[in-house]
Write a protein that binds this ligand. Structure first.
Ligand code: FPP
Length: 241
């Protein structure tokens, strides 16, 4: 695969977003607890981050935990939170060495202290890295992000820092968690589900959507390359002819 991929002249997406769905079903098929599926999910993530760096993708945004995921059973939430800390502890040196710049998207104030501090330390440590921009959505909801942006801009107007007529797309984008990132070119969701689930609603305005049948733990580098090959074949018109 690595010899012929990416094909010469292929226009790589600048920004890929992934909804890593199907960990629970993957585990259930094997008679294992859901937490085991999430653990395999983290393992599946590692080669995908690596491939993004190798293939020159500028930004990868992954959905780790949504604002709705708090409604899951307590043990599953604890398992997911534990995996996040484990991921940073295990991978931060390597990610930093590879120049990966980590950013968390979402409201970290409601995230348990250990997870918040670990994530903040990873962001601070990698803030000036110039390689892959790895954005991890944690306690993230897109409607919440958009409402927050509106509130931030309203506050700026009230404080006299800007006028309502200064609010344009650039100002609005600057108030989102994704400030400074290119718009999403390709959104991938695994496990055959075909919905956006409150992920990057604004940023996906012109994204290509790709729904693949594999459960997330089975999303290998090869499956990713196939998804990108499908993306290369899409005609992107951005509203033009
Ligand atoms: C969806 O599968 C997946 C999640 C809600 C969590 C995804 C998180 C990870 C892969 C690990 C955490 C990330 C990092 C950065 C360490 P599901 O449980 O909804 O699957 P199901 O639909 O089959 O039940």
């Amino acid at each position: 695969m690595s010899e012929e991929f990416p094909p010469k002249g292929a226009a790589m997406p600048r920004h890929v977003a992934i909804i890593m769905d199907g960990n629970g079903r993957w585990a259930k098929q094997r008679g294992m607890p859901r937490a085991y599926g999430h653990r395999q999910g983290v393992l599946a993530l590692e080669p995908i981050i690596e491939a993004c760096g190798e293939w020159g993708i500028e930004a990868l945004t992954i959905f780790a935990f949504s604002t709705e995921n708090w409604a899951r059973p307590k043990e599953e939430i604890a398992a997911l939170m534990g995996l996040i800390v484990e991921f940073f502890n295990k991978k931060i040196d390597e990610l930093d060495k590879k120049g990966v710049c980590i950013r968390m998207l979402g409201d970290l104030r409601q995230v348990p202290e250990l997870q918040r501090k670990t994530a903040e330390a990873a962001m601070a440590r990698t803030a000036h890295n110039a390689g892959l921009k790895l954005n991890i959505a944690l306690n993230y909801g897109s409607r919440q992000e958009i409402v927050r942006a509106a509130r931030l801009l309203a506050q700026k107007c009230r404080q006299g820092e800007m006028r309502p007529e200064d609010i344009d797309e650039n100002a609005f984008e600057d108030a989102l968690y994704t400030r400074g990132l290119p718009p999403v070119d390709l959104l991938i969701r695994t496990s055959g589900e075909e919905r956006l689930s409150n992920f990057l609603l604004y940023q996906c305005a012109y994204a290509e959507f790709l729904f693949v049948p594999e459960f997330w733990p089975d999303f290998t580098r090869e499956v990713f390359a196939r998804a990108l090959a499908t993306y290369f074949g899409r005609a992107r018109r951005f509203g033009k002819v």
